[in-house]
Design a protein around this ligand. Structure first.
Ligand SMILES: [Zn+2]
Length: 249
């Protein structure tokens, strides 16, 4: 496991001494004429790069729910080696779009567990939801972004977390490490997450994964919130860099 930071693609120059990995938080408006500029920026930074799909597009939550959203996810995959995708598997054609996305790129595609508290709205929060997806689409580049706060915003978080590790230790490829008070995401130490337990079980993961301290506003003031979070978790075994240049994604 190694640390990464999350910000807008124009805003990573401050982050080199905090973490080696990057997660670009995409805005749809940047995905058209600015795509090649984004690629050039990422290339010049020369660091492992994940890209998060836009949260909202066309006035609704992104869920890989139509061809347009598929097109945006394909663009994200042109920038980073790993793409964090919000998926709504209830929408018809979702497995086909997921397959098309995987076939359109060499990047790793990681579906994120969404907040358990909003399960009715998101429908991709619990291990059983992911099982339904993997039963239909199984691919060596299809994985999971495990968001720790989202687990702690749902029912029986510790049990749910354990089931993710038990069932998907080979699928979890990316981590959002953040505390939660049960309703909102919080800075590390300001919520209810049992980090001793979390890190003990994460040691069972089968792959090298980037860990983003995705605390609210962490990028503000040259990453002051990320710095605080990483320092707070310094007793756990997370490296500064991937285990080897070929170990990620
Ligand atoms: Zn997300």
């Amino acid at each position: 496991m190694f640390w990464g930071v999350k910000s807008h693609w124009t805003d990573f120059r401050w982050s080199g001494d905090i973490a080696y990995g990057l997660e670009l938080h995409e805005n749809e408006e940047d995905m058209y004429s600015l795509l090649s500029e984004q690629k050039a920026e990422v290339l010049s930074l020369g660091r492992p790069t994940a890209v998060h799909v836009p949260i909202r597009t066309n006035g609704k939550l992104f869920g890989l729910s139509d061809e347009r959203e598929l097109g945006l996810a394909v663009k994200c995959a042109k920038i980073g080696g790993l793409v964090v995708v919000h998926g709504d598997f209830r929408v018809s054609g979702f497995p086909d779009r997921l397959r098309t996305l995987l076939e359109s790129t060499d990047s790793v595609i990681c579906l994120e567990n969404r907040p358990g508290i909003f399960h009715k709205r998101h429908k991709l929060s619990y291990p059983e939801d992911f099982k339904k997806v993997f039963d239909k689409v199984d691919h060596k580049r299809l994985g999971i972004t495990l968001d720790i706060a989202h687990l702690w915003m749902g029912r029986d978080p510790k049990t749910t977390f354990d089931r993710f590790i038990d069932d998907f230790s080979n699928k979890i490829r990316h981590i959002h490490m953040v505390d939660s008070d049960g309703k909102e995401e919080r800075q590390i130490g300001y919520g209810m997450v049992d980090f001793d337990h979390v890190f003990e079980r994460l040691s069972e993961l089968k792959r090298d994964v980037m860990v983003i301290p995705e605390v609210p506003g962490g990028q503000i003031a040259c990453g002051a919130g990320f710095r605080y979070a990483i320092n707070k978790l310094r007793s756990y075994p997370i490296s500064q860099r991937p285990a080897s240049p070929s170990s990620w994604p």
